[in-house]
Design a protein. Structure first.
Lengths: 98, 208, 268
């Protein structure tokens, strides 16, 4: 059962700043002595359309924060961020641009 | 809907028996009765764990004297207790200087005597918690005075060795209400000698 | 004679200035680090988890904590943390946040003390229920001045007891709280030691607990801090939510009263 995820998307002039907090142990091979558990894929969708497909590795530490800037955007746009880890666990969160 | 109610600090101060406003840094005058009251509450509110038994909460005469005199007992109270503490120090025969390399490890270790510690494993003196020792080591505390250059300044003749050994064994024998713990409770003879070496051996990093 | 004294005074003030500058230099990289860490702190995640725990039906009575009275009325969260510790008539004693949460777990949800306190302190992998609840409730007082108490006589008695406990030297290493937290300008290794008897130092502290600790990636609370201090003081273990823990927390909160709460915060 994945831990909570929280996102904030704020409109600037001609861009949208997004910050998403994810709960995840991001445990490395070395830390777990051969049983790593980390997010591998991150997907960002705006109004249902995929805009970012990211891959991250076990180099990222526990409870990652992902901040990024999207060109354009308008109030009310639906941003969805989802992740998939190496064990097949997933989680996602959705927010409207404020 | 409950209204948020608070009492101004001044009004509260007028009512406390300690008679001072909170947060002014004052120290209460404790009586023997206060110590009994506190000890009784501690006995009710604490439980033994690991090597930390409930026997530890009983005050000895040193703690009682320091608690009722706000760590500043008059000479007629302090002197007899200091003398009694000094009499109980077990000085080893022969040289009191051990191995400074081991001493540095003991000084760096903050383990020992806690309920989370296994007795006899990696016990230390927590020396760097309070003191500067090796001047090259930057992570040191300032609760106690700096000991950098100790042996260089004071030499290492038998009298000094005896003083350092005794002080580490039982700091209260020299200054009844010292902040420094009585390390004989946690360290053995060999470990204390190693700490003496750390301070007095001319080859020790403390004296470079 | 006069010239020699003046020379010494000059040297002393130069040394003080140098020390101050060195300290300022030392502070600025810490300040930058603290700012960066605070910008991306996972505090919100703990508050979210706490909200879930607050609303979760549990115990034999199968109810949530939503009707818990934290001092401002049943279910009132805004400002509740800022009014703690305080006396609660239904319990007949002064309680801090965690003690009160335990009370509600037992009285509202019908849970036993043993079950509810089985794992009060968590770790980086899994925070405890008490920790996330503390984050959630404390966050509801963010921006409000700390005004503990309700004017009840037991609160004054608790403060006085907390003060006596603070200066009480005991245990094989003869430590009291004051051994480390009683003198200005001291530090233990590289950790500055706030003087907890003085408002000036206690305010910034009580304004920031409970907190997320970067060095351990764990969320820590005041009950945990009392427990961990006594461990390091070489004493036996204080019982969770005992009068001793509440008295000390009350003592510190009263010494800090008036400060605007800006937690839950982030620590080294």
């Amino acid at each position: 059962m994945a831990g909570p995820m929280k996102m904030r998307a704020t409109l600037g002039s001609g861009y949208t700043d997004v910050r998403v907090l994810m709960t995840h142990p991001m445990a490395t091979e070395q830390q777990t002595k051969g049983n790593p558990h980390f997010i591998q894929n991150l997907t960002v969708k705006v109004n249902g359309k995929t805009v970012i497909e990211g891959e991250i590795s076990q180099a990222v530490s526990r409870n990652p924060v992902f901040t990024f800037r999207l060109a354009g955007g308008a109030k009310g746009d639906k941003i969805e961020v989802s992740w998939l880890d190496n064990k097949g666990d997933t989680n996602k969160t959705e927010t409207a641009v404020a | 809907m409950k209204r948020f109610l608070w009492i101004p600090a001044a009004a509260l101060a007028a009512c406390t028996t300690t008679g001072h406003a909170p947060g002014t840094g004052e120290r209460p005058k404790l009586s023997e009765r206060d110590l009994e009251q506190v000890t009784a509450q501690i006995k009710r509110d604490f439980k033994p764990r690991g090597q930390a038994t409930m026997e530890r909460v009983n005050l000895d005469e040193v703690q009682r004297a320091c608690n009722v005199h706000n760590d500043n007992p008059p000479a007629n109270v302090a002197k007899p207790l200091e003398d009694a503490q000094l009499k109980a120090v077990k000085f080893p025969a022969g040289s009191l200087i051990g191995d400074w390399k081991k001493g540095e490890r003991i000084a760096q270790s903050g383990r020992g005597a806690m309920w989370s510690d296994k007795p006899g494993v990696q016990e230390g003196g927590s020396c760097y918690n309070c003191h500067q020792l090796n001047p090259k080591v930057e992570a040191y505390g300032t609760i106690g005075p700096s000991l950098a250059g100790f042996g260089k300044i004071r030499g290492n003749r038998p009298e000094i060795q005896r003083y350092v050994y005794g002080k580490i064994y039982n700091a209260k024998a020299y200054n009844l209400c010292s902040h420094m713990p009585r390390l004989s409770a946690t360290l053995n003879e060999e470990q204390i000698k190693d700490l003496v070496a750390l301070l007095l051996d001319p080859a020790s990093p403390v004296n470079q | 004679m006069m010239r020699r004294l003046a020379g010494r005074a000059l040297a002393a003030s130069a040394l003080a200035a140098f020390a101050a500058a060195a300290l300022a230099q030392q502070k600025s990289p810490f300040a930058d680090y603290q700012r960066m860490a605070a910008e991306n702190a996972p505090i919100e995640l703990y508050e979210l988890a706490g909200e879930e725990a607050w609303k979760k039906r549990q115990g034999p009575k199968n109810v949530s904590l939503e009707q818990c009275d934290l001092g401002q009325g049943a279910g009132v969260l805004k400002g509740a943390y800022a009014g703690l510790p305080r006396y609660f008539a239904d319990a007949g004693r002064v309680m801090d946040l965690e003690t009160r949460l335990l009370h509600c777990m037992m009285s509202l949800q019908g849970r036993t003390r043993e079950e509810a306190t089985q794992r009060v302190f968590g770790n980086a992998d899994k925070p405890s229920e008490m920790e996330v609840l503390s984050a959630f409730v404390a966050g509801q007082s963010h921006g409000m001045p700390l005004r503990p108490g309700s004017g009840h006589a037991k609160e004054k008695a608790s403060y006085e007891m907390g003060e006596k406990l603070f200066f009480h030297r005991a245990g094989p290493w003869d430590f009291s709280c004051a051994s480390c937290h009683g003198e200005e300008g001291k530090r233990i290794r590289m950790s500055g030691l706030p003087v907890l008897t003085k408002a000036e130092y206690t305010r910034p502290l009580m304004a920031t607990w409970p907190a997320y600790r970067v060095s351990t990636s764990a969320f820590v609370t005041l009950q945990w801090r009392m427990n961990d201090c006594y461990r390091q003081m070489r004493m036996p273990e204080p019982l969770f939510g005992s009068d001793t823990t509440v008295d000390l927390i009350n003592y510190m909160t009263m010494n800090a009263q008036g400060v605007v709460y800006r937690g839950p915060a982030i620590k080294r």
